[in-house]
Design a binder for this molecule. Structure first.
Ligand code: UDP
Length: 451
């Protein structure tokens, strides 16, 4: 490929195959493509991207050796560990052919998701520079390493996962906000974190989907511990020519027409992301909390989000009660939804992408974290940036109704909306020319050109 008489340099990007990881990696690919690089997405067969959505990328499938059982087990930690073992030799083989065959453009470097740490070994073997993409908040990294450190020192146990006590030196995090895994996975989770961080020194840089205006102090704290540059270039979905469609599920765009009929700020958008699930009791509480709030709502209800049930679970009575006041879809075009003027609040599980997407549109949140880093994000949303309130206890219809009214119809909600708008403006400055994320992106491009 030629550009301005020069061969354009190829970057190989390798995402971790889950929605919340695929999105930021492909967004990064789109940005770097707009800067003149050729992009290859090396991807697992599991959750592979749809080629027709990515005409500007070359897709390189890597056999992942996952069995149906691995995939259906729901044990994400061991699935990631398996991928790290199974994909290594295949990636090495595929890239060796490109490197030694001298076909294609030169590979300037490999950019990989922090959880796919096997890539580091392959890059070292092929003598290719590598860069890590971290798709969580900076605060999450600090919380994860703190949790592992406390665990190694024997200062924390699973019982602390419900403790309201503050973690020393980690204001505003309480022990219950730390990203505890479930009991069964505590050992393997700690190992995954250790595996993920021991490779930190051999990559050339760490890209973050965050920005100084949100996380300056966490980023500074992290930078002190690393030799390599940490480059916060978020929010990735707001840079460049617009994010690609990387949804693994088909988006139901009919909700946009429904939103078009609603008045400004009148709708609460409800989604728990791509993985979190509820049991039937929680589902009923959520449904009746929404109905009783008497607010308009758009609810993403994934087919696999009810544990242990394959039946039609929302009753006819519920559907008749909400009538035209609610719209329920399997999967929504979330970024478009949040940018719609009718949406005035987001009841979210606080995955990092959802959190960023909400803040970037100035939408205040009701935080309903389910596991892992979502608790850290929820704490920052409600207690540091103060653009949301937390649904802390068991899901219960009265609590949900109250929280929705507080956010959508109360003075408190108005104040949060105002703060969210201010944050949105600060974020817009970060990505403009001269802004901190824009400067970091320029540094990244310069660094890659120097390889
Ligand atoms: N998303 C979407 N449609 C939906 C629900 C979610 O496109 O109906 C997208 C959302 O915009 C976000 C991603 O899926 O980019 C979810 O990532 P997040 O980090 O918020 O949560 P996770 O799914 O990893 O728990």
């Amino acid at each position: 490929m030629e550009k301005n008489g020069q061969r354009s340099r190829r970057l190989v990007l390798l995402p971790c195959p889950f929605q919340g990881h695929i999105n930021p990696m492909l967004q990064l690919g789109t940005i770097l493509h707009s800067k003149g690089f050729s992009i290859t997405i090396a991807h697992t067969e599991f959750n592979s991207p749809n080629p027709s959505n990515h005409p500007n990328f070359k897709l390189l499938p890597i056999p992942d050796g996952l069995s149906v059982q691995d995939i259906s087990s729901g044990d994400i930690v061991s699935l990631i560990q398996r991928l790290n073992v199974n994909c290594k030799s295949h990636l090495q083989e595929c890239l060796s052919q490109i490197v030694t065959g001298g076909r294609q453009d030169d590979i300037a470097c490999i950019i990989y998701d922090e959880l796919m740490f096997f890539v580091e070994t392959v890059a070292n073997f092929l003598k290719l520079p590598s860069i890590i993409l971290r798709t969580t908040s900076a605060a999450t990294l600090i919380a994860r390493t703190t949790l592992c450190q406390l665990k190694l020192e024997g200062l924390v146990s699973l019982e602390d996962s419900v403790s309201q006590d503050l973690v020393p030196n980690h204001h505003p995090l309480r022990f219950k906000d730390l990203p505890f895994p479930s009991s069964r996975k505590f050992e393997s989770f700690s190992q995954l974190v250790i595996d993920t961080y021991k490779i930190k020194t051999s990559s050339s840089a760490i890209i973050w989907n965050t920005m100084d205006c949100l996380e300056l102090s966490s980023l500074a704290r992290i930078q002190q511990q690393y030799q390599v540059p940490n480059l916060p270039i978020g929010p990735l979905h707001k840079f460049g020519p617009g994010p690609p469609n990387s949804s693994l599920l088909k988006e139901d765009t009919s909700c946009m027409a429904w939103l078009g009929k609603q008045t400004k700020n009148s709708v609460i958008y409800v989604s728990l992301g791509s993985i979190a699930a509820m049991d039937e009791r929680e589902l009923f509480e959520m449904a009746w909390g929404l109905a009783n709030s008497e607010q308009r709502f758009l609810w993403v209800f994934r087919p696999d989000s009810i544990r242990g049930s394959k039946n039609e679970v929302l009753s006819q009575i519920f559907k008749e009660t909400i009538g035209e006041r609610g719209c329920i879809v399997n999967w929504a075009p979330q970024k478009e939804v949040l940018a719609h003027s009718a949406v005035g609040g987001f009841l979210s599980h606080c995955g990092w992408n959802s959190t960023l997407e909400s803040i970037c549109e100035g939408i205040p949140m009701i935080c309903r974290p389910c596991f892992g880093d979502q608790r850290v994000n929820a704490r920052y949303v409600s207690h540091v940036w103060r653009v949301g309130l937390e649904l802390a206890n068991e899901l219960e219809r009265g609590e949900i109704e109250k929280a929705i009214r507080r956010l959508m119809a109360g003075k408190e909600g108005e104040a949060m909306r105002e703060r969210a708008k201010n944050l949105k403006e600060k974020i817009e400055l970060c990505i403009k020319e001269g802004g901190s994320s824009n400067n970091s992106l320029n540094k990244l491009v310069k660094m890659i050109m120097s390889f």
